[in-house]
Design a protein around this ligand. Structure first.
Ligand code: GLA
Length: 730
């Protein structure tokens, strides 16, 4: 794709990049491991010489050949900590343990230094913190400088993987950030800036307000701070709508700066015109003879009348709903012209209906999945509420069509003949499927190749054929097939072959293909065995490339920016890399929902990256409670058009430098979509033509996809922390 001709350091283009602290650190490769539990195992003196020697880097229990069952295991890590790490302003060290699945307690030489997540014996029981990176500051008085120290880590794991599974174990010199925290707490009319510290600090606190859309500065105030250890300073900062607040703290003894920034959710997507406008994909594919289910995605005032020219025999249009149904027996590419008319005007769109054996999933699936909002509390009523809102709030006018039920629909028992049943929360699956289809929406379901699913419901093991038949009878159009429970029936340490990973997926594929309808086949095994290299071989239409996403910056960062680079060669029409479902809107993985914990800027980053990645766009929130901000994120027709581009070329990561990343992909109209991401904790001004020049692109103006307007490239654009500038370059 783009060839870098000239590659000056990106730093030269960033006017004000904050000084990054180079932490001194000591990496620890190995430790000792023992399953089971014993209170004596946290002591310094315990003799662990008989324990198993294990690697601590990206090696969960399973890949160490250990049993993956739920339970407790201990690591004991022996490390000589050099006194050189002690020098500096504050005489402490910090443990950076990477991520641990699920909860841990950590001791240094017998002294508890940290705990994340809770254990089954804790009041309130077990809760996981598997996605969180463990950072524990250690009091210098517990450290045996220049001699053997013992770091003991007690881990509780529920489901696989278990233990140290991401990142490596390090002892590092902490920075100001580890002793002082600057946060912004929402209050009526603004935010309270809170500076809390565990060491004494003298410095200055700066409060800046700017316009959230244009970035223009509005006011700036600085005040002196003098705090003794364990004290807090609070300052109220008023914040009007459409403004961005930035608070900065500097203590001249430390090289780094503390920063916190907030803004209210802000809408960039211009409202859709009242006249009809087509926002859907340019193609849709179906196998010969399979039911056609397609809803024409036109925004604009309703009611609308629809017409389609060029329909092949057997395919019919509901002219009031704009829904295509029927089937077509004869393979071929059928050029169609869609027309939509309302009382404000009329619009047309060119479209191709592709009929052929390998023609399903030609663009990434768009729709909804119940997991990130309702998790195990999903019910037919809740699915219907989101489906109705998908139509009534207008998301269906942007191509969102799949309504996918995740885990927890399964009944407790199969029928005496072995057929799967739905539980009481789903009184009529067939009626649900029929209703969805009558509105041009599609019906998705979930299962596991194991005897039980991740959530403890019945899986498909030894009933694959019967399950596929039942789903067909309900009208299922999408299957998410989740490895999870299969770990309990298959011993991964015994057979590490690729064939063993493929076997359960190939088995279900055969039965899905026997059904007289198209079932989009979505693999969910978190990227094991480089699934992207063989997913197409099992006829999968998409495959999860990473572990479960949650609504935190850390999770978005790891899932999007660490796990996806390099996967672009494997995506294309009919088969997509799936970085997991969306985490915008009201989510919660339970019956009680909350607003996504991502900042507004992080949410723009999330959707821009998924658009670039040609990712499955499965909304994870309750659509019936969706606000205007979330709608603006999900229903920007120009952003979605990149995701749905018919070439299906997933973006690749072109530049990673100084906390900035540039990703780009080429599009069917000869242009490029480019995301310039600022993964730093502070805003970064970027000279746009310079940044585009690094990837060999050059144009006087580009299209700002979120604002949907042309912008000059010979200008500086301030990209907020964890934010993005997303453009299209002709
Ligand atoms: C796994 C999957 C999730 C969800 C749950 C359901 O964790 O990765 O996406 O389907 O199982 O139990």
């Amino acid at each position: 794709m783009i060839k870098n001709k000239l590659r000056p350091r990106l730093l030269a283009l960033l006017i004000l990049l904050p000084l990054a602290l180079q932490a001194q650190n000591l990496s620890i490769g190995n430790g000792r491991f023992q399953k089971g539990d014993n209170p004596a195992w946290n002591t310094f003196a315990y003799d662990d010489s008989a324990w198993q020697e294990v690697s601590l880097t990206d090696q969960p229990w399973e890949s160490l050949g250990l049993e993956s069952a739920n339970g407790i295991g201990w690591y004991r890590i022996h490390v000589v900590i050099p006194s050189s790490l002690k020098k500096g302003v504050v005489e402490a060290i910090m443990l950076d343990l990477g991520a641990i699945d699920d909860s841990d307690q950590t001791w240094v030489n017998g002294h508890l230094v940290g705990k994340d997540g809770t254990f089954p014996e804790d009041p309130g029981g077990y809760s996981s913190e598997y996605g969180k990176r463990r950072h524990y500051v250690v009091d210098p008085k517990w450290v045996r400088w220049d001699r053997d120290n013992v770091i003991a880590v007690r881990v509780y794991n529920y489901g696989d993987p278990g233990g140290f599974y991401r990142g490596s174990v390090k002892v590092v010199k902490p920075s100001l950030k580890d002793f002082a925290k600057l946060s912004l707490v929402a209050e009526k009319g603004g935010y309270k800036a809170v500076l809390a510290t565990s060491v004494g600090t003298t410095g200055s606190l700066k409060i800046d307000v700017s316009d959230v859309i244009t970035g223009a500065p509005e006011s700036s105030k600085t005040q002196k701070v003098n705090l003794s250890a364990w004290k807090e300073k609070q300052v109220f900062c008023p914040l009007a709508p459409q403004k961005r607040l930035k608070v900065t703290y500097t203590d001249p003894r430390f090289p780094e700066i503390l920063e916190a920034e907030v803004c209210a959710p802000y809408i960039l997507t211009p409202p859709a015109p009242a006249t009809p406008r087509y926002n859907g994909p340019a193609v849709f594919g179906v196998r010969p003879g399979s039911p056609v289910i397609f809803r024409l995605a036109f925004s604009g005032d309703k009611p609308m009348k629809y017409a389609v020219e060029g329909l092949p025999e057997g395919v019919v249009l509901d002219a009031d709903k704009g829904v295509l149904s029927g089937s077509c027996a004869v393979p071929g590419d059928y050029p169609l012209v869609f027309t939509a008319t309302n009382d404000k005007g009329s619009a047309q769109a060119q479209f191709t209906l592709c009929v052929g054996e390998d023609k399903i999933g030609l663009t990434p699936p768009m729709g909804w999945n119940s997991w990130n909002c309702w998790a195990l509390s999903v019910s037919q009523e809740k699915v219907m509420a989101s489906a109705a809102a998908l139509i009534n709030k207008g998301l269906a006018d942007y191509g969102y069509a799949y309504m996918n039920i995740d885990d927890a629909w399964e009944g407790e028992e199969r029928t005496p003949e072995g057929y799967i049943t739905a539980n009481d929360k789903f009184p009529d699956m067939k009626a649900l499927g029929d209703w969805l289809h009558s509105n041009g929406l599609k019906f998705g379901i979930y299962s596991s190749p194991g005897d039980y699913t991740c959530g403890g419901f019945l899986g498909s093991l030894d009933h694959e054929e019967q399950d596929a038949q039942v789903w067909n009878s309900w009208g299922v159009d999408y299957l998410k097939y989740d490895w999870c429970g299969y770990s309990k029936v298959f011993d991964a340490s015994r057979d590490k072959s690729e064939a063993a990973l493929i076997r359960p997926y190939l088995k279900m594929q055969q039965f899905l293909r026997e059904q007289p309808r198209d079932i989009f086949y979505s693999l969910c095994q978190y990227g094991r065995g480089r699934v992207w290299e063989w997913g197409a071989f099992v006829d999968a239409n998409s495959w999860r490339t990473s572990h479960d996403i949650v609504d935190t910056w850390e999770s978005l960062y790891v899932t999007g920016f660490e796990r996806q680079p390099g996967l672009h060669p494997y995506a294309g029409p009919g088969h997509w890399n799936d970085p997991d479902m969306l985490i915008v809107g009201k989510v919660g993985w339970s019956s009680s929902l909350r607003d996504s914990r991502l900042t507004p800027d992080e949410q723009y980053t999330h959707i821009s990256l998924w658009s670039l990645l040609a990712a499955n766009m499965l909304i994870g929130c309750d659509i019936s409670q969706m606000d205007d901000f979330t709608f603006n994120l999900l229903c920007n027709n120009e952003v979605n058009a990149v995701n749905q581009d018919v070439l299906g070329h997933q973006a690749h990561q072109d530049v990673v430098e100084d906390g900035m990343q540039i990703w780009s992909r080429d599009l069917s109209d000869g242009s490029f979509a480019v995301g310039i991401f600022n993964l730093n904790e502070a805003s970064v001004p970027v000279q746009l033509d310079g940044a585009l020049g690094i990837i060999g692109l050059n144009a006087p103006t580009v299209r700002d996809l979120w604002r949907q307007k042309d912008i000059p490239t010979d200008a500086i654009y301030v990209i907020p922390p964890h934010g993005v500038l997303y453009v299209k370059v002709k």
